[in-house]
Ligand binder design. Structure first.
Ligand code: PMP
Length: 290
């Protein structure tokens, strides 16, 4: 099923969608994005995604050219065109600096480009959820927060791509990065969590990572179902001492991790706390996207 693409309000199929090579998103990677999912025709946690898009844009001196309601209408028009019904649907919103001459001057681009891509979503295989994933701890370090701050959901994904490519070469499903201080940060496309002494821990934002929407949601959901869940500075040692691990993202939801490099986590199968959280997360999705 091909994608439907909305470029600055113009909807077309993926073969016809065009963006100028003079767009600074293409020339310089100057842009930000969001990835969202629909369940049962409803966009999950839309408000949180729009807020983060505005925060990301702000951090590169860009503003989203539409009010929330207008942006929602534009997303909805693109979804309507795709007519995917109840099929879980992937939505990617890209906002770039726009078209302009070859200079970094902010005044060079008069209006940002806003692209929305919609296509059916494919979840990770059932096997990954039931058997668990392999994560590689890679040599690529996460961007320093005073470089391209990982809090910015940037279209420039070179750091992530290099990390994942190293992970692929080791046969891993995800790649986990440390920061320049050696603290654990996040994976190439997801946030990372550990379970120790029955408590869920995830690297704190100060270590330099994306404030994942799923991560934020689970920091609330954990305590709601009676599992202490918090942010902390974590190191490689903490992986060795953990009973369970998992990674999270909008498109993958919660994926249990059973091995980090050669180290087997817990019993080498998805752990009970991870499974409880996965079940509670599913219930929330069903409740919020009824
Ligand atoms: N970290 C990185 C580097 C990511 O690319 C993603 C996925 N967009 C995440 C974390 C997870 O974020 P979210 O839960 O908002 O999808």
């Amino acid at each position: 099923m091909p994608a439907v693409v909305n470029v600055n309000g113009q909807i077309s199929n993926e073969d016809e969608a065009r963006i100028s090579v003079f767009d600074h998103g293409f020339l310089y990677g100057e842009g930000v994005y969001e990835t969202l999912l629909t369940y049962n025709k409803k966009i999950f946690l839309l408000d949180r995604h729009i807020k983060r898009l505005r925060r990301s844009a702000d951090q590169i001196n860009l503003s989203v050219p539409l009010a929330d309601q207008e942006l929602e209408s534009r997303i909805q028009a693109t979804l309507d065109e795709a007519a995917l019904g109840d099929t879980p649907t992937y939505i990617r919103i890209l906002l770039t600096r726009g078209i302009g001459p070859l200079t970094y001057d902010l005044k060079a681009c008069l209006s940002p480009s806003l692209v929305i891509i919609v296509r059916p979503h494919t979840f990770p295989s059932e096997k990954l959820a039931t058997k668990g994933a392999l994560v590689a701890l890679v040599s690529i370090i996460r961007n320093h927060p005073r470089s391209v701050n990982p809090l910015i959901k940037s279209n420039n994904l070179m750091n992530n791509a290099l990390a994942m490519q190293e992970g692929y070469s080791k046969g891993a499903n995800e790649s986990l990065m440390c920061n320049y201080r050696g603290e654990l940060t996040e994976c190439s496309q997801s946030n990372f969590f550990l379970v120790k002494d029955g408590q869920i821990r995830t690297p704190e934002l100060g270590s330099g990572l994306l404030a994942g929407i799923t991560r934020g949601f689970l920091l609330e959901l954990g305590p709601e179902i009676g599992i202490p869940t918090s942010e902390a500075v974590l190191h490689q040692d903490d992986i060795l001492k953990s009973e369970e691990a998992f990674f999270t993202s909008t498109t993958k939801e919660i994926v249990p991790v059973v091995r980090v490099d050669d180290h087997v986590i817990g019993e080498g199968v998805p752990g009970p706390i991870t499974k409880r959280l996965m079940a509670a997360f599913r219930e929330k999705i069903e409740h919020l996207c009824r």
